[in-house]
Design a protein. Structure first.
Length: 317
């Protein structure tokens, strides 16, 4: 496992090793930043592509066009032992490309997604990409792109998910096909619950007149919904719920998370459990993720005990 870290004002990528995914041992530092390469290397991603290992990181504290940078190094040598990094290559000079993670498709080809902008594949074989933009008078909007030829060509939906028309924000969109062929675009917002809208033509157009509410109480908090790749029917959802006062702007302290499962494409949900400060987690968490493997369901997140700028004590209830 690789994690982003810092030592003082020096960004690092650290390695950890485990044989059972429960007990972990420190395996040292893969590499660390030089003086001009930032005080923190966030969201590292180690991947193999065309016979070469690469390390992608999002350095904080470097001179770049974006708020924070994002780029890659080629790894020379064995990253498990002695290795050196190439010069830093910027991945994107756009508005807010940040924290990318790699994935491998069915042919073993590595690809990339950006933080909170998900690539998903439906039962039809079509692949969807939700590309969010914070412009639009601070409301934000999302463009949905899709491909039927393994990413060689992409088509943009005829209408964007326009938050200004709705009157509230649209963030962190996840597109999932249901068994009936309807495509749902789930999103978080400032209205208290995770919502979704539908496409009835596999993403070509989106019904902006009907917005549906999920049972996930999570005002502007992190969430994630994942399709089980082993049966292609079951959905898992994780969401933060400790801002249940619903006043629409509070995202903190982000210390309470819940997990649910659906066997009918999201029509009904089974509550599975919660993690909070009274049963094992007293940390604030971001970038929530649900991982579905053959034998395990993982819920993981970036965590820190000093992220909240306005934390409040919680009593046992």
């Amino acid at each position: 496992m690789i994690v982003g870290a810092r030592e003082g004002d020096t960004g690092q990528v650290r390695l950890y090793r485990s044989t059972d995914l429960r007990q972990w041992q420190d395996a040292g530092v893969l590499d660390e930043a030089e003086s001009t390469m930032g005080y923190m290397w966030e969201c590292p991603d180690l991947f193999w592509l065309d016979g070469q290992w690469y390390l992608a990181v999002s350095p904080q504290g470097i001179d770049c066009q974006n708020v924070y940078g994002c780029g890659w190094f080629a790894i020379h040598g064995d990253w498990r032992g002695d290795c050196t990094l190439s010069e830093f290559h910027e991945l994107d000079a756009g508005f807010d490309y940040y924290a990318p993670q790699s994935f491998v498709d069915g042919n073993g080809v590595a690809g990339r997604i950006t933080m909170n902008n998900r690539i998903t594949q439906g039962r039809s074989g079509r692949v969807y990409y939700a590309c969010c933009d914070n412009n639009n008078e601070d409301y934000g909007y999302t463009s949905i792109w899709y491909t039927d030829d393994k990413g060689k060509t992409w088509t943009r939906s005829e209408n964007d998910l326009d938050a200004k028309k709705l009157g509230y924000c649209i963030q962190e969109v996840v597109c999932l096909e249901t068994e009936s062929g309807v495509v749902r675009a789930y999103f978080r917002n400032n209205m208290g619950f995770v919502h979704y809208m539908n496409s009835y033509d596999y993403g070509k157009t989106w019904d902006m007149e009907h917005i549906y509410q999920t049972p996930f109480l999570s005002a502007l908090n992190c969430y994630n919904i994942e399709l089980d790749p082993y049966d292609m029917k079951t959905l898992y959802a994780a969401w933060g719920y400790d801002n249940a006062n619903l006043h629409g702007i509070d995202q903190w302290p982000r210390t309470r998370w819940a997990l649910a499962r659906s066997h009918d494409g999201g029509e009904t949900w089974e509550y599975l459990g919660t993690v909070h400060e009274n049963n094992g987690s007293g940390l604030a968490m971001m970038n929530l993720n649900v991982g579905v493997t053959k034998d395990y369901i993982f819920m993981d997140a970036f965590s820190s005990n000093d992220m909240s700028t306005n934390s409040q004590p919680w009593g046992r209830t």
